[in-house]
Write a protein that binds this ligand. Structure first.
Ligand SMILES: *Cc1c(COP(=O)(O)O)cnc(C)c1O
Length: 345
């Protein structure tokens, strides 16, 4: 039986065509700025995101952390959403690397409001840490791939401008938000001072993320990339995969979204499953199990694994499935059949 793996969109392996692009890449020492393929990728991503410059870095975590470092000084405060990646999954790095505190806001499917930001801001009084940065995640990973509404981001931008704060957009899956809505990436990035994007998720690359922003900001990021140990040499081999993905893997994200919808609808039809289909926006499906379901989260993940359908239990009553380049429509239909069967035995 074929293994169908929905654990994450990071598990994809480079396609043959991507490997060919990697093999042909022209390279140089990027610490000297000599790698033509990295330079080309940075230029292309800066253009796509509507920013003056971009910087290639090894991971999304490094992209976010260099951005936070470049926007703040130790003792500053950063406003972000409670379930965001920066707070939950980056190993405490904002405190570790930048010496900042996080002022966490309760979101609804990852979305917090301009009113919350306004209320969270610290007054200019020496009892308080200065609020310097707001971080927004789009799409929101832990909330289930949800898209941050442009109108709310616009209002947060106004609050940030009024109070001299910057905005960093954690756009690890911004590609998905754009593909799902048909809106240009710039719809969101125009409202942010800095943006991070990942190539190693839905885009199917083995490695790589970028930060984009003003030339002056990216110059500061370049320094911190060296400080954090992220300066690479002939990494054009990796950047070539990124260029290939930007040219060939963006349109097909819509297939991942259609596949996620099919999974969500299948689960929604089963006893004891709670899932709000209005909040399945992109390639992540979070399935909540009630007392009426024959399994709890870990039990379901284990039973499905027994049928070679893999996904993660993310809470005692939740599992998460992520669609990606390495599962096609047939695989997803087959997985749905196997999942339905689990409810009949
Ligand atoms: C995966 C992810 C990151 C970090 O990416 P890594 O490359 O795994 O370090 C950052 N933000 C979000 C929203 C993510 O989903």
């Amino acid at each position: 039986m074929k293994i169908i793996d929905f654990r994450s969109d990071t598990i994809t392996k480079p396609t043959l065509e991507m490997r060919e692009a990697i093999a042909k890449a022209e390279v140089g020492d990027d610490v000297f700025g000599d790698d033509p393929t990295i330079n080309k990728l940075q230029k292309a991503v800066a253009y796509l995101l509507g920013k003056e410059a971009a910087l290639y870095v090894p991971s999304g975590t490094m992209a976010n952390q260099i951005s936070i470092k470049s926007h703040t000084v130790p003792g500053d405060e950063v406003i972000c959403e409670r379930n965001c990646h920066i707070f939950n999954y980056e190993s405490g790095a904002p405190a570790f690397l930048s010496g900042v505190t996080l002022n966490l806001q309760e979101g609804y499917y990852g979305v917090f409001t301009s009113e919350q930001v306004e209320a969270a801001l610290r007054p200019a009084d020496h009892h308080f840490a200065p609020s310097k940065l707001v971080c927004i995640e789009n799409t929101h990973n832990r909330a289930g791939g949800t898209i941050f509404p442009v109108e709310e981001m616009q209002r947060i931008r106004e609050v940030a401008d009024k109070h001299g704060m910057k905005i960093h957009l954690d756009g690890a899956r911004l590609w998905n938000a754009s593909a799902a809505t048909g809106l240009h990436l710039k719809t969101w990035t125009d409202l942010a001072d800095s943006v991070s994007v990942c190539l190693s998720k839905g885009m199917g690359c083995p490695v790589g993320s970028l930060i984009a922003g003003s030339a002056e900001f990216i110059d500061r990021c370049h320094r911190y990339r060296k400080v954090f140990g992220g300066g690479m040499r002939q990494a054009g081999l990796l950047a070539a995969a990124g260029i290939y993905a930007i040219e060939n893997h963006r349109e097909r994200l819509k297939d991942d979204h259609a596949n996620a919808r099919l999974l969500a609808e299948t689960f929604a039809s089963l006893t004891g499953v709670k899932i709000d289909l209005d909040y399945v926006h992109t390639n992540i499906v979070i399935v909540e199990l009630t007392d009426k379901a024959p399994f709890d989260g870990p039990g379901l993940a284990e039973a499905a694994a027994g049928q070679h359908v893999r996904f993660l239990a993310t809470a005692p009553d939740k599992v998460r499935l992520v669609t990606h380049l390495d599962v096609n429509r047939e695989d997803v239909e087959e997985a749905c059949n196997r999942i339905r069967l689990l409810w009949t035995v």
